[in-house]
Design a protein around this ligand. Structure first.
Ligand SMILES: CC(C)(COP(=O)(O)OP(=O)(O)OC[C@H]1O[C@@H](n2cnc3c(N)ncnc32)[C@H](O)[C@@H]1OP(=O)(O)O)[C@@H](O)C(=O)NCCC(=O)NCCS
Length: 128
């Protein structure tokens, strides 16, 4: 878990991650291609920014940190993708803005998203 706190020690933002996996049979081809079943992944469990600090790039910076961690992990233990369950439709838009894709693009209500680890470097370059 990462916590960003201000000089007054009040929490500004936090993120949690956990090792996870994706059922290969229901995964998009980009994830399932030549992958074991289940497909190893990194789950972003919780990620939030205090409303008083929203829109300043703190959330994006935190996601960048998580994505860099996924790349590091993938060197030693396979991690095909980073996955997240968006809190609501607006949060889904935010994740898509960062480069995440819905597991089921046809389902506009779906809040399950992923980013291939192979696409993280390009994503990080775009976010900087
Ligand atoms: C979603 C959340 C983490 C965003 O954090 P933040 O620090 O305010 O976001 P940032 O300042 O890093 O992001 C701003 C960028 O996202 C874009 N953006 C913001 N909301 C968006 C949305 N709903 N859809 C698309 N883009 C969005 C802004 O236009 C801006 O783009 P730019 O950098 O190109 O100018 C924060 O609002 C939050 O904690 N929400 C409540 C919890 C939540 O929804 N968590 C998501 C995990 S499921």
């Amino acid at each position: 878990m990462w916590v960003i706190a201000g000089a007054d020690d009040v929490v500004v933002a936090y993120a949690t991650i956990a090792m996870s996996s994706i059922d290969r049979s229901s995964a998009p081809a980009s994830i399932s291609r030549r992958a074991p079943n289940p497909v190893p992944a990194l789950l972003i469990g919780r990620l939030a920014v205090d409303r008083r600090h929203s829109g300043l790039g703190v959330g994006t910076a935190l996601v960048g940190h998580v994505l860099a961690t996924a790349v590091e992990l993938n060197v030693k233990a396979a991690c095909r993708a980073v996955v997240v369950n968006a809190l609501h439709a607006s949060a889904r838009g935010w994740w898509e803005h960062l480069g995440f894709s819905p597991f089921d693009p046809a389902d506009e209500q779906s809040l399950d998203l992923f980013l291939l680890t192979a696409d993280i470097d390009a994503t990080l370059r775009r976010l900087r």
